[in-house]
Ligand binder design. Sequence first.
Ligand code: ADP
Ligand code: ZN
Ligand code: ZN
Length: 745
Amino acid sequence: MPDSPRPPQPRVLRVAVPTPLRRLFDYRPCQTPPPDGWRPGLRVQVPFGRRQVVGVVVDCVQDSDLPLARLKPVDGWLDADPLPDDWLWLCRFTARYYQHPLGDTLHQAMPVLLRQGRALASRMREQWQATAQGLAADDARLRRAPRQAELLTMLAQHPQGLAAQAILAQGFSRDQLKALAAKGLVACREIPLTAATPHAGRLLAEPPLPLNGEQAAALAAIHQRLDGFHPCLLHGVTGSGKTEVYLQLIEAVVERGGQALLLVPEIGLTPQTLARFRRRFRAPVVALHSGLTDHERLDAWEAAASGRAPIVIGTRSAIFTPLARPGVIIVDEEHDGSFKQQEGLRYHARDLAVARAHRHAIPLVLGSATPSLESLQRARQGDYRHLRLTRRASRHAPARLELLDLRGRPRQGGLIPPAIAAIGETLAAGHQVLVFINRRGFAPTLACHACGWLAECEACDARMTLHRQPPMLACHHCDKRRPIPDACPECGSADLRPLGSGTERTEETLAALFPKVAVHRIDRDSTRRRDALEAVLTQVRRGEPCLLVGTQMLAKGHHLPHVTLVVVVNADAGLYASDFRALEHSAQLLEQVAGRAGRAAHPGRVLVQTLHDDDPHLQLLARQGYDALAERLLEERRAARLPPFRFLALLRLESPREAAATTLGGEAAAALRRWLAERQLAVDCLGPVPAPMERRQGRYHLQLMLAADRRSQLHEACAQLSAWLEASPEARRVRWSLDIDPQTL
Ligand code: ADP
Ligand code: ZN
Ligand code: ZN
């Protein structure tokens, strides 16, 4: 190959550095350039203020706004090769779309060890093998060294070679290996140490299931175009076999030499899910979950970037996994709230998946039983292909919701007599019951019956939750804890009583009502130990009658074949909330919970307790299901000019001093309104107003909402707003952030 002419050495490197400042910083190259010269995407160590930080070269240029002599040189480069192209593209896109500083975006999107300056070159391990000479050697040569002879025999039995660690674990020594190597009988290779090694031969370890008609049609539709951007909404009721469609799609993509990236909600990446993928494929399945060490995470990243990992499964942040040969991106439960990061870099992994699939020109599958209104609307408009699975793989259709009127009925642990009776009948029939209550702790708060005092958090506009296991008052917003008082702090009365029910109280009540069956409570408190949840679920899957009491941890993803009755303690939380998405989210949650019932041999029942059984939305959901409600909600959103028919951004401001946040918010809004008027941009600017929970963790929260019909105009306004804030000296005392496409207001 002819030598391509080397580009001239740049005089200036423009480097993205992890700081909140929305700009690049110029440096001079250091004395020794990397072997292939300076290129964008190289990680460099640079002096920044008084610190040393890891930055990424974004541009190599000849000039700077500053005199060259005043620029500091970079301290050195960290990798000979730039970071992966597709990853750099995604980070730039993310920074631009979410109006987040590029330096911090790159920093957040790389594995911790890379942030800290570790080399990307994969960690290697020694692999020892017998040489041809070693295989042919007769025993005579090693007569005087019997251990070496044994070692050689062992290696000869493993033609693929053995890792040094495995050899040492057999009681052999390094000296013995070296002695054999000196005689030319064995040799050592360095191979990358990663979770994934390429598979050889057949891809599948177990045969795929024969698909039903709808599954086959959906798969065929996706197959039609594996070589272009081809977004599909796989809209299938719970238990309709979406996962089987993913499995067979991944199979097809990997057979063609591509890589598959599957995103699942935080709650969805269970050992059970992973096991299902690992059972199916002989090829390695790399899982990116919170249990990984930093080293394992880097290895997985590297395995994906190099193409050695054909299948990558992970939660939200896995969208930032580089892929050498991207073949498909799948987002399971695409409506799930955990795909949106709610602090710092506030990205939505599903939306980035769409952008990424478009960039790579590959198919994209968004799967859900209860699609977000955003995705549903795009499917209705024809932007996404709308694929439906209406039948369950098992015999029984998902159960309809039966509404139970809570008004005027006595409650025990939150449950009214008809619900308790149904629980008793189900247990007597030998089945299992799931009681869903979206409140952990014993009771939502503690109240004084003499004077009406309620236990409130000092730092938040919120009540403290009463816990009994262990006993305390805890704020679920800031995690402050207090001992339970013996007497009312206001009036001294000892008549303090729990108000309402949480999981602990419902568990206690059910254990008293049904002493013969096991009651398992599943919430964040009961599953702090890593394997606690799996241990309980394994026991539950054995099938003996039992009661499960849990929060939304239980609502999603889990296949509980013996549950035939689901009771929702209170469905009202989302009905009259101020957030315009509350109803959508609570309908999705109800439908997911209901989907736990009757997934196997027996049909299911779902009882929903409510104070508003005549609420039209709830009735529509109960009678006609999520799809009908979603249609209605879309019409309401259109009429109210809300997403997905309009685009929103939120400026969030917070400060320990209310006045500081209010003043800055007011000035920023005024400046923005002037600017919008000058440019005649159709962007509405609403507020600033106090956030729904104004005081949180001792800080005041304020927000300014921007709304526009055109996304480009919204982005222009946001760019102007952040530039104004960055230049404002007041803004140093107030924490502010932009939230593009906010999921909660
Ligand atoms: P979803 O992801 O839509 O909730 P799953 O893929 O988990 O549904 O499927 C639900 C159950 O149905 C699983 O136990 C699965 O093994 C089974 N299943 C899925 N597809 C088929 C099929 N084509 N034939 C038989 N069983 C199937
Ligand atoms: Zn009192
Ligand atoms: Zn608090």
